[in-house]
Ligand binder design. Structure first.
Ligand SMILES: C[S@@+](CC[C@H](N)C(=O)[O-])C[C@H]1O[C@@H](n2cnc3c(N)ncnc32)[C@H](O)[C@@H]1O
Length: 235
């Protein structure tokens, strides 16, 4: 596994859709804002623990957290894998990585700058990979590249765990989530939400979906998908 860090990664070229400056500037406000935004969804701490419970990581496992942001999820995963485990968080924003490095002091965790579309790791090394509220930040082609890269870096039989928006079936929750995503996110995120394309995209990258759970009145989905064979995406 590469030993990169925020300083080494300065030469990384961000994809056109990625708003590097915005993410870097936003980094110091990210944690308080997320706490606030996730309050109606049951609270950030509860939501993250629920996601990690869903994944049920085992002690000693090697984990990848893609689009790791300020590292909050990685720190919860680190508690579960224990001292013999490893959690590597990757993100394109040096601002986010700096916040994560300051906040998460565990020796089990490491953060490095990388584009999720081209992960700087050898194939078949991680037991599981997580991506929480990361896929919706990318247009469809980048989501597909990211999912294929995750597939490549997972061990055969390894798991991918996705946490992201979901369109509730009806009622006030449907109205609220549509309005929230329309207001706060990009057009491609809104499209992903309306077309409910995430599960199809996960399968297209070569995964088998084993379980999906809807939480927060159906506004958030948790997906457990498995890398069954070395063969990646169809087509
Ligand atoms: C909404 S935040 C989610 C952060 C974290 N996973 C969480 O649950 O709070 C999305 C993150 O994805 C990162 N990101 C977006 N596109 C990326 C890419 N192509 N490669 C790596 N990171 C990316 C952003 O820099 C940002 O930190």
């Amino acid at each position: 596994m590469g030993q990169g860090n925020a300083t080494e990664s300065k030469g990384l070229k961000a994809p056109a859709y990625y708003r590097q400056e915005a993410w870097d500037k936003f980094a110091r406000w990210y944690d308080p804002l997320v706490k606030l935004v996730l309050l109606p969804f049951g609270g950030e701490g509860r939501l993250r623990r629920k996601f990690v419970d869903f994944a049920a990581p085992k002690r000693g496992e090697q984990m990848l957290d893609v689009c790791s942001g300020t590292g909050t999820l990685a720190s919860v995963i680190a508690e579960r894998v224990g001292g013999d485990g490893k959690v590597i968080g990757v993100d394109l924003s040096l601002g986010m990585i700096r916040v994560a490095q300051k906040k998460v002091k565990s020796s089990v965790t490491r953060f490095q700058s990388a584009n999720s579309e081209s992960l700087p790791f050898p194939s078949s090394i991680f037991h599981s990979a997580f991506i929480s509220f990361g896929l919706h930040e990318m247009p469809e082609s980048a989501r597909q590249n990211t999912l294929r890269e995750i597939h490549r870096t997972l061990k055969p039989g390894g798991y991918l765990f996705v946490l992201d928006y979901h369109l509730p079936r009806g009622g006030v929750a449907r109205f609220i989530i549509k309005a929230l995503v329309r207001l706060l996110e990009e057009d491609f995120t809104y499209k992903m939400l309306l077309e409910e394309s995430l599960t199809v995209e996960v399968k297209q990258a070569g995964f088998v979906i084993e379980r999906r759970e809807l939480i927060s009145a159906g506004a958030i989905q948790m997906i457990r998908a498995r890398k069954i064979s070395e063969e990646g995406a169809i087509g």
